[in-house]
Design a binder for this molecule. Structure first.
Ligand code: GTP
Ligand code: MG
Length: 611
């Protein structure tokens, strides 16, 4: 089944809703208020299907106060059905809608002069030419122009036929599923249902999705496309998703649903913009921003010393997180007036100097991804995740990797999909050298170095380790690196170092991982050392992370016995009076007493058996 989303546009009362009804029998003006006032207030959705072709209609209101609802539908159009009354001709909202569609990048159009029954055939011929010329000046690719009337069935039939002959959606398939909610409601017996247009990759029943605005994972319980159950919803499908475990009231129009891990939200994003003729954006002024089906209030900050600009770069600052992607179109309005259209250049807010930011925006504007990577890796010295490329540059992993590979001064970890500037190698080099200079007996593996340099990938660390080995600074044994300067086998001396340390720490021994970190000792190696000390009974393991020297343990056992003798029992309180240790240790020692057959436990007190 091929899919196409056709949305209407045009001035109030020019016959948009009537035309859809004539085409498919669907009455979009269904609410009481819409019926009473005789106008469309909110979006309505319907469709027609013929053989393997499905056309989804989005009908929008024409009222000047309801342009906000029109925009919430228009961002998803593949093609627009421009409805102009043959009787009235072009009117203000015809123009405003055309401007908005142009800014949103909707190119494909069909022009219908409605209410053709109200004028003569000759008049219609003249108007078709005039109005088409006017509409074409907005850079639409007009597929066909015709007159139609809901009272002339043959015109409706012709329109339907010609719509079915249009090509399917040419929306670029994005690299992940993306979907703006345009309605959310609860359905008896089913739970919460949301509707919207699929923008990216398909989704299927049973899949997990992520509501970005709520940072909440949900599951697709059921999927419908135009009231029919389906297993999969594809790009340009109008999909109703029945989601699990969420109250319909908590989901709003404008929320974005995606897959977890793809979209990050930022309160500030950067755009390029073009104002509508005669208008301009003003620096530091509040505007309404329309992005997808979302509307939010935000401040516009211009990247310019001028107070107002016709076109240029701007930063959008909001109190809400904006989950946008590179290239996404936005509409900027001031009250009820559309002012400008923008394109998201930088959906991810990186802290950078203004000059760096300008260079980045210029690169992004030119779609010079290699340059953008170069600038970004300089800011992300500790690694730029290639995963973010889907949001940053609207690129798939493989294309992101391809672009990154063209960079000269960078290291790419293909396994972890991270890219580093080559200068970072110096940083890793210095860090590792530092560890072995400070502690000549350090014995670390790649993964234990990674525990210290959390931001560095194992692949990049390995490059540096190989270099240090080649230079003769480090020697590799199994998977452990030791300083080449130390010739003796110091693994046995490490055993003593650990044992001595535990003896010194007596009743309050440090947890193993902290000891290993202090000694720059690989964790696995450290565990082996403790195991062998335990096997020789030089160290006793009381709990998973309390290892105590055997002499310290005998000493505390004797002391506890002494207390029982004197006071009749030992418990946390009287033990703490003598040994001011943390509860963790006190409890471990008291529990150890339970191993002795002459001692019994009475609630939290330990006493001698038979006393
Ligand atoms: N004579 C004539 N009247 C029509 C035709 N199509 C629609 N109308 C009338 O025009 C009026 C407005 O029609 P709608 O379809 O509600 O117009 P609309 O563009 O959807 O209006 P909004 O959604 O409020 O912007 C209604 O009274 C219709 O009956 C037509 O082909 N011929
Ligand atoms: Mg209508």
């Amino acid at each position: 089944m091929s899919n196409l989303i056709i949305g209407t546009c045009g001035h109030i009362d020019h016959g948009k809703t009537s035309l859809i009804k004539a085409l498919n029998g669907f009455d979009g003006d269904s609410t009481k208020e819409e019926k009473e006032r005789g106008i469309t207030i909110d979006l309505s959705f319907s469709n027609i299907t013929k053989s393997e072709k499905n056309i989804a209609f989005i009908d929008v209101p024409g009222h000047e106060r309801l342009v906000k609802n029109m925009i919430a539908g228009a961002f998803g159009f593949d093609c627009v059905l421009i409805v102009v009354s043959a009787f009235e001709g072009i009117k203000p909202q015809t123009i405003e809608h055309l401007e908005i569609l142009k800014l949103l990048g909707v190119r494909d159009a069909v022009l219908v002069l409605s209410k053709a029954d109200l004028i003569s055939k000759e008049e219609l011929q003249i108007k078709l030419i005039d109005i088409e010329e006017f509409v074409a000046s907005y850079e639409f690719d007009i597929k066909f122009t015709m007159g139609a009337s809901i009272f002339q069935e043959e015109t409706i039939e012709e329109l339907r036929d010609r719509l079915f002959r249009l090509e399917a959606s040419s929306k670029q398939e994005e690299n992940f599923f993306r979907y703006y909610v345009d309605r959310a409601f609860s359905l008896k017996g089913a739970g919460t249902v949301v509707t919207g247009s699929v923008l990216g990759k398909p989704i299927a029943v049973g899949e997990k999705l992520f509501i970005c605005d709520l940072q909440k994972e949900i599951k697709v319980k059921n999927l419908q496309v135009h009231e029919r159950d389906v297993e999969v919803a594809n790009i340009s499908n109008r999909a109703a998703i029945n989601i699990s475990a969420l109250d319909a009231k908590s989901v709003k129009r404008g929320f974005i649903i995606s897959k977890k891990g793809y979209l990050r939200g930022f309160k500030s994003i950067d755009i390029s913009f073009n104002a509508i003729a005669d208008k301009a954006l003003h620096h530091n002024r509040s505007y309404s921003i329309f992005i997808g089906s979302k509307k939010l209030d935000a401040k516009v900050l211009l990247f310019s010393s001028q107070d107002s600009l016709q076109s240029g770069y701007a930063n959008i600052k909001s109190d809400e997180d904006i989950f946008s992607i590179f290239g996404e179109k936005i509409i900027i309005r001031d009250g009820n007036e559309s002012v400008a259209g923008g394109v998201v250049l930088n959906p991810i807010n990186d802290p950078m100097k203004k000059q760096q930011k300008m260079a980045l925006l210029e690169a992004l504007d030119k779609k010079d991804i290699a340059k953008a990577y170069e600038l970004l890796t300089e800011v992300h010295k500790k690694g730029l995740g290639l995963i973010s490329s889907a949001q940053r540059f609207a690129l798939s992993h493989s294309n992101a990797l391809k672009a990154a590979k063209e960079l000269k001064n960078s290291f790419i970890d293909e396994k972890e999909l991270v890219i580093y500037p080559l200068s970072t190698k110096e940083l890793i080099y210095k860090n590792i050298k530092g560890i072995y200079t400070k502690n000549q007996y350090a014995l670390l593996s790649n993964s234990s170095i990674k525990l210290r340099l959390k931001w560095a990938s194992e692949g990049f660390i390995q490059v540096v380790l190989d270099e240090l080995e080649k230079e003769g600074f480090l020697t590799k044994e199994a998977n452990l690196y030791r300083s080449s300067q130390i010739k003796e086998d110091f693994t046995s001396s490490l055993l003593n170092i650990v044992l001595e340390r535990l003896e010194k720490e007596s009743l309050a021994p440090t947890a193993p991982y902290n000891i290993y970190d202090d000694l720059d000792l690989d964790r696995k190696m450290g565990d082996d050392i403790l195991k062998s000390l335990c096997a020789k009974k030089q160290v006793i393991r009381l709990q998973h992370n309390i290892f105590i020297h055997h002499r310290s343990l005998s000493m505390i056992v004797d002391a506890m016995r002494g207390i029982i003798k004197k006071e009749g029992f030992v418990d946390i309180a009287n033990l703490k009076e003598k040994y001011d240790l943390s509860r963790k240790y006190l409890i471990a020692y008291l529990e150890y007493l339970d191993n002795f057959s002459d001692i019994s436990r009475d609630a939290n007190k330990r006493v001698f058996l038979g006393s």
